[in-house]
Design a protein around this ligand. Structure first.
Ligand code: 13P
Length: 256
């Protein structure tokens, strides 16, 4: 049985006050909600504060990060290492987000190296994949997702996906309000799972595949009603406690 995961990607948003308010609000809203893992990925600057607040509240919310770099220590100005993320209690690390692929020119191969580096350090990669609008219109969605996944599978073996999370995020749906329909998302998730199953049915059966892209409380239920959608990676709606909590509650309800 796959356990649903709803994760908030806060992107470049936050302040000390906002982190404190949002965590307080989420803890209150999520009290008693079972059957779903909930994670937040604040900007790395606020991991320390988030760890302290979650600890104090004895919160069940998992801590994540939005990125990791490829070196463990040394003369790498500006870099962040897996051990540093672990030092602040982060476990779920987003890699390959389309915003990093685009604005930081991160290639499939580079993202795959991050995947291996996280696994090596016992962290959970949340591997984002997804197609652009042009690729979608050209009917290339499944091929693009397969290529992005194969960068990991071909270098590390399909078993590397054990314990990892895949987030299917069509780029045209991110921050646009133009979410994929639940049926379309299900079709792509099933194709992603089938692609993995061709290498290992066991891995495919167990890997959590989240949908991301304009997930809101209003559409969350429809996604989670789909058999191959195991949760969500949420941007904008993750910045509002009751919206994000409503999405997590929808996952708990649909999947249990
Ligand atoms: P939105 O939910 O704001 O569309 O962002 C999705 C996303 O990019 C999460 O990683």
């Amino acid at each position: 049985m796959r356990r649903p995961l709803v994760m908030g990607n806060w992107k470049l948003n936050g302040s000390k006050a906002m982190v404190a308010d949002l965590i307080k609000g989420l803890d209150a809203e999520l009290a008693g909600v079972e059957g779903v893992d909930v994670a937040i990925a604040p900007p790395v600057m606020y991991l320390d504060l988030a760890e302290q607040l979650l600890g104090k509240a004895e919160s069940k919310i998992l801590l994540g990060s939005q990125n990791v770099d490829l070196n463990a220590s040394g003369a790498f100005t500006g870099d962040i290492s897996p051990e540093m993320l672990k030092d602040f209690g982060a476990t779920h690390i987003i890699i390959g987000h389309s915003e990093r692929r685009e604005y930081h020119a991160e290639s499939d191969e580079f993202v795959a190296k991050k995947f291996a580096f996280l696994k090596e350090h016992g962290l959970v990669p949340v591997l984002c994949i997804g197609e652009s609008e042009a690729q979608n219109e050209a009917g290339e969605t499944v091929a693009v997702c397969a290529r992005q996944l194969d960068a990991v599978i071909d270098t590390q073996g399909v078993e590397a996906l054990n314990g990892a999370v895949i987030a299917y995020e069509p780029i045209w749906a991110i921050g646009t309000g133009k979410a994929a329909t639940a049926d379309d998302a299900q079709r792509i998730h099933a194709a992603i799972r089938a692609h993995i199953a061709a290498k290992s049915e066991e891995v495919a059966k167990n890997v959590v595949i989240q949908y991301g892209g304009s997930v809101k409380p209003e559409n969350a239920e429809a996604y989670f009603a789909q058999p191959d959608i195991d949760g969500a990676l949420v941007g904008g709606a993750a910045l509002v406690a009751d919206s994000f909590a409503a999405i997590a509650k929808a996952a708990a309800k649909a999947k249990n």
